[in-house]
Design a protein around this ligand. Sequence first.
Ligand SMILES: O=C[C@H](O)[C@H](O)[C@H](O)COP(=O)(O)O
Length: 262
Amino acid sequence: MSSELSPIDKAKFVAAKQATQYVEDGMKVGLGTGSTAAWLVKCLGEMVENDGLKIRGVPTSSRTAELARDVGIEVISLDEAKWLDLTIDGADEFDGNLNLIKGGGGALLQEKIVATASDQMVVIADAAKSVETLGAFPLPIEVIPFGWQTTKMLVEETLIGMDVLGRTVSLRMNGDAPYYTDEGNHILDLHLNRIGHARQLSLVINQIPGVVENGLFIDICDVVVIGHGDGRVEVRDINEGTVEESRFDIIEKDNLFADLSD
Ligand SMILES: O=C[C@H](O)[C@H](O)[C@H](O)COP(=O)(O)O
């Protein structure tokens, strides 16, 4: 393992570290998926082990469930938890209204269910995820495998009437085979370049038979914690704007930075 983190990993780490401040003893916490959320799970695992933090975590993917168990976090299902105090997750893009694109890692469905079932959603992201208008990152939508090619055609037709700049739709692959989500579905990636009316697009796409959910998170996120490669952290709160800027001195500890393969 290299002890030197890249600037992007430092940015993800400091965002995750800062976000642990939202976690309190006794909370039921939604645990996101992806490389940034993996830092969070590791940091929380450290707090459980070293500080006696007592939380129960609801993971948003099988990958996160495995990592959470590995670092000693008690894992429960959403049905056991029913409602959560807090979810902390990464994002592929966020805009000035804290609306998001998620699902680059294929976990958007569980992520949206878990975040919606939480009193608060905190997103952790490196500064490169900040955009003026959503859509440069391809929008993932989860579709059931039955008739997915017909669903794809319907999505393409629907996009003709929408305020977007690109309209290419591709099936996500895993090598030579279609990608499968934890729910056994496929992902279509919508290359839109710019999404003019994200709320409307989200509603319209979810009306198409075969579509299970889309990766637009509208009015779900409350706070974005933004990490920078030099250790600076900004916190944007939906109610208060930018509320805090601080700086972390990165202490590189082998056990914390070891092999995050996600
Ligand atoms: O499905 C994956 C999730 O929505 C992730 O939160 C998102 O893709 C960001 O992942 P990362 O932190 O690896 O950039």
